[in-house]
Ligand binder design. Structure first.
Ligand code: ZN
Length: 140
C-alpha cells in the first residue's frame, strides 16, 4: 500500500494530534499537523481510497453533508471561527481529503492569503482542541 492516507488509517505513519476526532464507516476527521497549521485546521478523510467526488459512492456523499454541518458548528462554537474555508487539492496524496481552515474574527488575512501563509500551533493546543471537538461531535 503506497498511499500515505491509507497507511495513516492503518496506523503505520505519525498519527494526528490527539488522535482521530471522529470516525464512521465512510469518513474520518482529525486535526492537521500542529507544526504546519492554524489551530483548528481539520482534515476530513475518506475511509475508502478514491480520488475525489467523481469517484465517491452514494452513501459516502449522503453522509458527507451532515458531517460537514456538525464539524462547522463545532469549529464555530469551540474556537469562534468567523469563516471555515474548505479546500480540496488531493495533490499530496491521491486519496480524498478536505482541509477545513478556520478564519478567526480578529484575523485580517482573507482567502488565499490566509491559506498560503506559514502557520503553526502548539501540539498541546491541537490535542486539547481535538479532545473538545471529539466530545462536541459525539453529541451531534
Ligand atoms: Zn489511500
Amino acid at each position: 500500500m503506497d498511499c500515505f492516507l491509507c497507511r495513516k488509517h492503518a496506523g503505520e505513519t505519525a498519527q494526528p494530534p490527539g488522535g482521530y476526532i471522529y470516525e464512521d464507516e465512510y469518513w474520518l476527521v482529525c486535526h492537521a499537523p500542529a507544526e504546519k497549521s492554524l489551530l483548528g485546521t481539520l482534515i476530513i478523510e475518506s475511509r475508502r481510497h478514491f480520488l475525489d467526488f467523481a469517484d465517491a459512492e452514494e452513501d459516502e456523499l449522503v453522509r458527507y453533508g451532515p458531517l460537514l454541518k456538525n464539524v462547522y458548528r463545532a469549529l464555530k462554537s469551540l474556537i469562534g471561527a468567523a469563516r471555515v474555508y474548505q479546500v480540496v487539492f488531493v495533490e499530496g496524496a491521491p486519496h480524498f481529503h478536505a482541509w477545513l481552515v478556520p478564519r478567526a474574527s480578529e484575523e485580517t488575512a482573507r482567502g488565499v492569503s490566509l491559506l498560503t501563509r506559514d502557520a503553526a500551533c502548539s501540539q498541546a493546543e491541537a490535542e486539547k482542541l481535538a479532545d473538545a471537538l471529539r466530545s462536541a461531535l459525539a453529541t451531534t
